[in-house]
Write a protein of this length. Structure first.
Lengths: 322, 577
């Protein structure tokens, strides 16, 4: 297994390099750069733009820019943001915890709700509970997340139960830490539910069909025939087999932890990575975009690796092949 | 089955909705008067984070808005009439040559850390920061005359002399740029660290200005808290309605809410005190204004305006017969007469807007010429003008004298849905004339490359930021200007009227007498509307919704609803039950 992991890691490094290079190329191909927004400003002359271009190193040939950035990267330096005039790593470090708080909460809610409910529903296939949840999951898949988010805001405004956007009340700072935590949790409810609802539908349907498939397998009948206890049948035969296809999905979900919440962040005003990155892409803040791409790519690759390792542990067939 | 479930969900949602819908009437917004209007707080939302706390580096409006509360310049612009008033300066004297202006600083002004402000700070700000090639200052341009910086020197602690290579009338307005503290920043300049100094990571206490407020806290992506600067001294001759220290407010909270829908909902829920409103939101808002305790203030046409312009560049890589149409004054006038500005205002701005007759907005009370010619829709006029130019109609389609069908690509930028709908309306308005317009929305960067570098465009619908001083239009209207869109960077004026405009701008920039300048720029407006290289269209009304708790609020044509932030008060508390 260790050899396999090492091999995978070296592959990942190549893939990562490819992603970085391609992103850099794409940023270069897109017309204009960070300074283009100034081009049609009557108060800023081409002379000033040219001198800024030189300062920011945007006038250099593409390859030189790339090599400069890679060299800095190897020294652990992600470069400077043009619009914020601070190191990219600082900006990212500021935002990552908030995004993770949001996405991890959502993942826990979605998985925590979908898996047990799906097992429960599949065992009573066709019952009212199963059918209601199935329809609900249809709904949750088909309603776009931004709409759900807007709906959430509307609920917050109408009822006054939850804050409308943001992650903290401006004046909670004088309050004790317990109060502050409560304030944060109150702000967390709607965005995390919105995110969770989106993936709940997918998870529910996938897990349900997977459970149904396992239930129809001959080995289940065999296990019952052997008189195994229900708990053993459930954990060793049913759940373990049924959860197999979801493990891959889990890996993907890990990759989306940083970038998957952008819409929700925008609408709820959650101060996370999605917002930072969207703004960076729109203003063509080159190194900030690259920093975000790098983080996202690393997380996605690690997520896939983790999923494969989990499969290895769960599924003897995979072990066999390795 | 699915349907039944949707129904259930809706029923589940309904009670909260109806209770909430009643929220407008059920939840009552009441105003409880405060014992004193002083020491209150103002909360409003901004769309994005400030990018820097360094005024010399600030480039976009969020940063400049925040910094406007923390820093001041030598002069300021009166939001009511656009007159230049003293701010950090007590006053100034312009000598007879018009090339030397002597400023005297206001007595007793101190930085928020207690250090007195002196002329050294002013000299440092210009000579070491704004004119420093190593500093990424985008304002450097407006502080030059023909590319030459002003000469800035101190005579004594309170006197600074500015000398320009030529008489430069916009000087007084440009000297509204923020003055920076030498004692805190000179080290950073010496060490070449200035471009990363006073960034958004700098501890708030380190940002020191002379403005009415100090930065107390900044939580990225969340909010900024500004508190009263106890050392603030108001500009000379400032009338204060209540005899108390300025600013009247204790705190200003700017929440960063990146989404306009959330911003609106927050305002409706009483979480913020004021919000800029687009004309399309007015009908909804005016219904609830009473119950949610706010007023809608319409301030008249804003500085945002839209225009059409044509590619008159003889070297442009487009068919030469098209350039010939565009270079004909009659053709441009025919287009100007074909536009129904009222319809544009009604459809795009819900009827809340004004036609813009020429290059100066009516909002600019000082320089707008009320006698300027106004185009109105007159299809017969358009047809007559086109016929005079040899255009003919076959089956309702327009052909030029050489037999080319008149089809035009109209470009605009995708980022603005309003401009795209406006372009589509222009298309429909030109259709009865037999002119076929194809609307091409392009991404901003792509569009600016096509207009400024490759010149591969025909007709453009766009808007540019207006400036108060008409000289700010020189980059667009002077024939050599880099934003002389219809024919950029001409070596010499290619038409007599462009030569005339050049002369007027040269005259205007050197004339300090406001009445005389008005006359000069009125002549330019006259030429601009006769030759119509740019067909000015419409401008939306600037509208702000303001909670009734606030005092010191007056709609002004130039400065929003807050004439001066230090005069805002909080008269009442909002109680929501």
């Amino acid at each position: 297994m260790i050899r396999a992991v090492l091999l995978r890691l070296s592959h990942m490094l190549l893939v990562l390099l490819g992603i970085i290079f391609l992103s850099f190329v794409m940023m270069d191909f897109a017309p204009g750069d960070f300074l283009s927004q100034m081009a049609l400003n009557p108060q800023i002359s081409p002379r000033v733009i040219a001198s800024l271009k030189e300062q920011y190193g945007l006038g250099l040939p593409f390859f030189t820019q790339f090599v400069h950035w890679m060299r800095a990267l190897l020294h652990g330096n992600l470069g400077y943001s043009f619009s914020y005039h601070v190191p990219v790593s600082d900006l990212i470090a500021q935002r990552v915890p908030m995004t993770l708080l949001l996405t991890l909460t959502a993942v826990i809610i979605a998985w925590g709700a979908a898996l047990p409910l799906a097992v429960f529903g599949a065992r009573r296939e066709g019952g009212l509970f199963d059918r209601s949840l199935l329809s609900f999951s249809y709904l949750s898949i088909s309603v776009p997340s931004f709409f759900l988010a807007l709906l959430g805001l509307l609920v917050a405004e109408k009822t006054g139960w939850f804050p409308i956007g943001g992650a903290r009340s401006a004046l909670a700072s004088g309050a004790g830490s317990g109060e502050r935590l409560l304030d944060l949790l109150r702000h967390l409810v709607l965005p995390s539910l919105t995110l969770a609802l989106g993936s709940f539908g997918v998870l529910y349907r996938l897990m349900r069909s997977s459970v149904l498939e396992v239930l129809s397998q001959p080995f289940m009948t065999a296990a019952r025939g052997l008189g195994l206890r229900e708990r053993v049948i459930f954990w060793r035969y049913l759940f373990r087999n049924a959860v197999n296809p979801l493990v891959t999905l889990f890996g993907m979900e890990l990759g989306g932890l940083l970038s998957g919440a952008a819409f929700t962040e925008m609408i709820f005003g959650w101060p996370g990575m999605g917002r930072l990155m969207l703004h960076a892409v729109m203003t063509r803040d080159l190194y900030l975009v690259m920093g975000g791409v790098l983080m996202g790519a690393v997380l996605l690759l690690l997520g896939n690796l983790l999923a494969d390792m989990m499969l290895y542990l769960l599924d003897p067939r995979v072990r066999e092949r390795a | 089955m699915g349907l039944r479930l949707i129904l259930i969900v809706f029923l589940l949602l309904l009670p909260s909705c109806s209770r909430g819908g009643a929220g407008g009437t059920d939840r009552v917004f009441t105003l409880v008067p405060r014992p004193s209007p002083l020491n209150g707080r103002l909360t409003f939302d901004i769309l994005s984070d400030p990018k820097t706390f360094n005024p010399a580096l600030a480039q976009e409006t969020t940063s400049t808005q925040v910094l406007g509360y923390l820093f001041r310049g030598l002069t300021r612009v009166s939001p009511y009439d656009g007159q230049i008033k003293p701010d950090l300066a007590e006053g100034w004297k312009i000598d007879s040559s018009g090339m030397r202006v002597t400023f005297t600083l206001e007595k007793g002004v101190r930085w928020s850390d207690g250090t007195p402000l002196t002329s050294r700070d002013v000299v440092f700000t210009f000579n070491r920061v704004y004119y420093n090639p190593a500093v990424a200052a985008a304002v450097r341009d407006i502080l030059t005359v023909d590319g030459k910086p002003f000469t800035v020197r101190a005579i004594d602690d309170r006197t600074v002399i500015f000398e320009t290579a030529k008489p430069f009338a916009p000087l007084l307005e440009e000297l509204g740029v923020e003055i920076l503290p030498e004692h805190l920043l000179s080290k950073a300049v010496d060490a070449g660290r200035f471009n990363t100094t006073w960034s958004v990571r700098t501890p708030p206490s380190g940002i020191v200005g002379t403005g009415p407020f100090r930065l107390k806290r900044y939580v990225p992506g969340q909010y900024l808290l500004l508190v009263k600067n106890p050392l603030y001294t108001p500009p000379p001759g400032f009338r204060r309605p209540i005899p108390a220290d300025l600013p009247y407010l204790d705190r200003v909270i700017l929440r960063i809410i990146p989404n306009q829908n959330s911003e609106l909902l927050r305002f409706l829920a009483g979480k913020s005190d004021l919000i800029g409103v687009s004309p399309s939101q007015v009908p909804v808002l005016s219904d609830v204004a009473e119950s949610r305790a706010f007023r809608l203030l319409v301030r008249g046409p804003s500085q945002t305006e839209t225009f059409l312009t044509f590619n008159e560049n003889l070297k442009a890589p487009i068919p030469s017969y098209k350039i010939a149409w565009f270079r004909s004054r009659r053709f441009r006038q025919a287009i100007a007469y074909a536009i129904d500005r009222k319809a544009l205002i009604n459809v795009i701005y819900n009827g809340l807007g004004a036609p813009i007759p020429g290059p100066v907005s009516p909002a600019n009370k000082t320089f707008f010429d009320p006698g300027v010619f106004r185009y109105h829709r007159d299809p017969d006029r358009s047809r007559a003008l086109l016929a005079k130019d040899g255009f003919v109609w076959k089956n309702g389609r327009l052909y030029d004298a050489t037999g080319h069908r008149v089809t035009i690509l109209l470009m605009t930028n995708t980022e603005s849905p309003e401009r795209i709908s406006m372009a589509q309306m222009v298309q429909a308005m030109l259709d009865p004339l037999g002119i076929r317009i194809r609307v091409v929305p392009l991404q901003f960067n792509m569009l600016s490359t096509m207009v400024l570098s490759s010149h591969q465009w025909e007709m453009l619908l766009f808007g540019l930021t207006g400036t108060l001083d008409p000289h700010g239009n020189a980059t667009v209207w002077r024939s050599s200007g880099f934003l002389h869109l219809w024919n950029p960077g001409e070596k010499r004026p290619s038409t007599p009227w462009e030569a005339q405009v050049d002369r007027l701008f040269d005259q205007g920039v050197g004339t300090f007498d406001v009445a005389r300048r008005k006359e000069i720029y009125a002549q330019w407006q006259e030429i601009a509307t006769r030759e119509v290289p740019m067909v000015d269209l419409v401008s939306p009304d600037a509208i702000t919704a303001v909670r009734k708790t606030l005092g010191g609020i007056h709609p002004t044509p130039l400065g929003g609803v807050i004439p001066h932030i230090s005069l805002v008060t909080q008269k009442a508390r909002l109680v929501i039950r």
